[in-house]
Design a binder for this molecule. Structure first.
Ligand code: PDD
Length: 281
């Protein structure tokens, strides 16, 4: 396997960053994860637009023009023979002696690109059976709309969910409303049959899969409401599912050990998944 690190393609096992890279020291870095399906980068433009936004929000200048970055992403995929999988892009503020304030003079941003294959059969099995989830208090900072690598709350919540026998953690805010999953956005089909997801306020990451799914819903003529919903409403929903670059649209069949609807993946999630790659770009 190969990775791209700061200007070079290196063997994955030999790919390293400096010990004073600010991504390592402070989590002073942003990232993107983009799905690769049949060799295509799914919704690449939206992912790169969001990367630009994340960089601008934390005041890192893009390390290179977009076309050059895309070239590197494709080359990493090619060198790893990834046809179905993920490509990961991370940009940190760069290497400097440890000091909270930005380095002066400015240093060069660090860029890492990696890729891995995913087995479509493994994901299909998850889609067919659905997964379980567990709620956790949303104890993250107030700017989770920025896709930073500072993911410790997400890591701990997902680990706790795993140890309870689940796949995803569902963050719940102080008002008892669902924000999102630890690495996904959360959706329900409410009692009226409307697709509901939280508005893209600073309390969630505006997922690319979420945005495309809104397009899919419009194409299919499904009613949608971007509004907040409580844990209680989720437990009573017709369907619950999560969206993200890794699994696209994955049914949740139980939350905190309580069965959702009849305990089987719902028809709406299935319809959306079937239409997804026709709408995604
Ligand atoms: N996670 N919310 C959070 C907190 C996320 O980390 C992610 C993505 C999403 C879904 O966004 P998108 O549809 O753009 O993938 C929502 C990536 C996949 C990760 O950290 O691995």
């Amino acid at each position: 396997r190969f990775a791209y690190v700061n200007g070079r393609y290196v063997r994955h096992a030999d790919a390293t960053v400096h010990i004073e890279d600010r991504g390592l020291m402070f989590g002073d870095a942003v990232y993107e994860v983009c799905q690769v399906a049949q060799g295509f980068l799914v919704d690449m433009t939206r992912h790169l637009d969001r990367l630009d936004r994340s960089l601008s929000e934390i005041r890192i200048r893009p390390p290179m023009p977009r076309a050059a970055l895309v070239g590197i992403m494709r080359e990493v995929l090619r060198r790893n023979r990834v046809v179905n999988g993920l490509v990961y892009v991370q940009v940190s503020r760069g290497v400097a002696r440890r000091d909270h304030v930005f380095p002066t003079p400015d240093v060069r941003a660090s860029l890492i690109v990696t890729a891995k294959s995913l087995n479509p059969a493994t994901i299909a099995a998850k889609h067919a059976a659905g997964v379980s989830a567990f709620t956790a208090p949303d104890n993250r900072w107030g700017r989770v709309d920025i896709k930073t690598v500072g993911l410790l709350p997400n890591v701990l919540a997902r680990q706790q969910a795993k140890e309870a026998g689940g796949y995803e953690a569902i963050f719940v805010d102080a008002d008892g409303n669902v924000t999102e999953g630890a690495a996904t956005n959360l959706w329900i089909v409410d009692k009226a049959g409307t697709l509901v997801t939280r508005p893209a306020d600073p309390g969630i990451l505006r997922g690319i899969t979420r945005t495309t799914l809104l397009d899919v819903a419009a194409t299919l003529g499904l009613p949608v409401a971007e509004r907040r919903f409580s844990v209680a409403e989720m437990l009573e929903a017709r369907e619950v599912f999560i969206t993200g670059a890794t699994t696209i649209c994955l049914p949740i069949v139980s939350v905190d050990g309580r069965t959702i609807a009849n305990g089987h993946p719902g028809i709406i999630a299935q319809k959306i998944r079937d239409a997804f790659f026709d709408v995604a770009e």
